[in-house]
Write a protein that binds this ligand. Sequence first.
Ligand code: ADP
Ligand code: MG
Length: 357
Amino acid sequence: MFNPIDWLLGLFSLDIGIDLGTANTLVYVRGKGIISNEPSWVAVDSNRRDYVLAVGAEAKEMVGKTPPNIVAIRPLRDGVISEFDITEAMLRHFIRQAHKQLFIPFPRPRVVIGIPSGVTEVEKRAVHDAAIEAGAREAYLIEEPMAAAIGAGLPVTEAQGSMIVDIGGGTTEVAVFALKGIVVSKSLRIAGDEMDEDIVQYARQKYNLAISERTAERIKINIGSAYPLPEERTMAMRGRNLITGLPEEIEISSIEIREALSRSTNIIVDLVRDTLDETPPELVSDLMETGICLAGGGGLLKGMAERIAEETHIRAWVAQDALTCVARGAGMILENFEVLRATLSSDDRRHPGGSAS
Ligand code: ADP
Ligand code: MG
C-alpha cells in the first residue's frame, strides 16, 4: 500500500547492500560504491552482552588484549548466526554508520543483505527482522554465492550455466547458475579460518611451536598455496616453544605450508568436484566454456585456481577484486532492482519488505 511518509523518507534515504561475511562485513551504498569494509567482530561487556563497546576493526583490535570484562565476538564465525543479538547489533551499527557518514539523520533504507547459503529459514527471518529493527523500510536477502556471481560479472541471468566458488573465512560455497537461479549449490564450514587452524596445528606438531591464529593467517597469505609455486619461498614463523616455554623463531617453507593446508584445500577441491557431479550434463558442457570463477578471500590463496583447473579439467580463474564481489553484487542488484530482483532469496520474493512479515 502506498505510504506517503515512507515515500517522503525514501527520498532522503539510501539503498544499501551489505555483505554480512563470516570474516568481513562490507557496505555498499547505491550511487557511491563501497563505503565501509570492516572485520565482522563485535566487542561487548561480558556482564551485559547487549552493551556493545565496539564494532569492526576496533573490536578486532581488542582480541587477546581485552580485560576480563570485555569479550570480542565473531557472531557469524561458522556461517551460522550463533549469536543473533550480536549480529543484529552489528547490522544496526553498519546501517547507522552509513547514514551518519552521508549526513542522513533518519535511517529508512532499502537494504539487500548477502547471507551465507547455509543459514536456516529461521536465521534468514532473524536477519531480515534485524534489518527492519535497524530502520530499514525494505529488506531483502540474497544468497552470497548469487551476489558473488553477480559482482564477479558472471552471466547469471542467461541460460548458459556458470559456476562460482566463494571461499570466505568460515564457509566455502559452491554454486552453479542459470537463468537467474541457483541450479546446484553446496556449502561447507571449511575455508580461510580452517586453513589458519591447519597451520597452527602443523607448527605445534612438527616444531612444538605455539603460534597465534593471526600469525598463521599472515603466513597463509604470504606463502600459503594449493599448488606448487613457480618459486618456493620461506618465511620466519614466531611463537612460543611448548617444551621450553620460550619464544622461538623458525624458518618455514611454502612447501611445508602447502602440506599443512592440504587437508583443507583437498576438502574444498572435493566439494567442487561433488558439485560438478550433481550438475546436469548440459550445464557441465557450458561450464567448459564459461569456466569456474573463484571469489572471497580464500579464493586468493596462491595456486587455488590452478589446482581446481587441474582437478576438474575446467578453466578456473580468480574474480577481479575477489574480496568485494558479494558487496558489489548486492550493489548491482540495487542499481538494477527490477532486472535482478529475481535473483533474491526466494522467500523474499514472496514477502518483500518489512510490512509483509
Ligand atoms: P567472508 O566472506 O566469510 O567474510 P572473506 O571473503 O572476507 O570472508 O575472506 C576472508 C578470508 O580470506 C580470511 O580467512 C583471510 O585470511 C583470507 N584471505 C584474505 N586474503 C587472502 C590471500 N591473499 N590468500 C589467502 N587467503 C586470504
Ligand atoms: Mg563472503
